[in-house]
Design a protein around this ligand. Structure first.
Ligand code: ZN
Length: 138
């Protein structure tokens, strides 16, 4: 389940800033590395701030674990990936680079998908040797 954030409720309760921590299942299709998948729910620790015009700033970190075969030697391996993400949500219509939300509720689905893709490494490697770009193949 992708979490939602009720901006109207937070405003009504005068919680104009706060923390949101949750886990969610990432879609398997977000991983484009062969023989690799996300092996656990993605952990999100985000901070939100509602601005005067009801736009909402979200910033924080995501952590997930990639598991599968090393992209170079095919040995079974896993690696934790974490990094910072941020998003800006504007009430109402679409506005280029920003996310929009309607009816006072933010659906984090698109933002979380984009964030996982943003943090996704291009390959999974089991060791420093396999990570070295000039490692000789064959
Ligand atoms: Zn390897």
């Amino acid at each position: 389940m992708v979490p939602k954030f009720d901006v109207r409720k937070a405003n009504a309760e005068k919680k104009y800033a706060g923390d949101l921590s949750f886990t969610f299942e990432a879609e398997p299709s977000l991983v484009e590395i062969p023989f690799v998948s996300i092996s656990s729910p993605v952990e999100a620790n985000l901070h939100y701030e509602i601005l005067e015009d009801d736009s909402v700033e979200i910033a924080g970190g995501l952590t997930f674990t990639l598991k599968g075969n090393c992209s170079r030697c095919l040995k079974e391996t896993e690696r934790q990936v974490s990094g910072k993400v941020e998003g800006y949500f504007v009430p109402g219509g679409e506005d280029g680079e920003d996310y929009s939300y309607s009816n006072g509720v933010i659906d984090f689905g698109e933002f979380l998908r984009d964030s996982v893709i943003f943090l996704m490494p291009s390959r999974l490697v089991c060791s420093e040797t396999c990570a070295t770009p000039d490692y000789k193949e064959d």
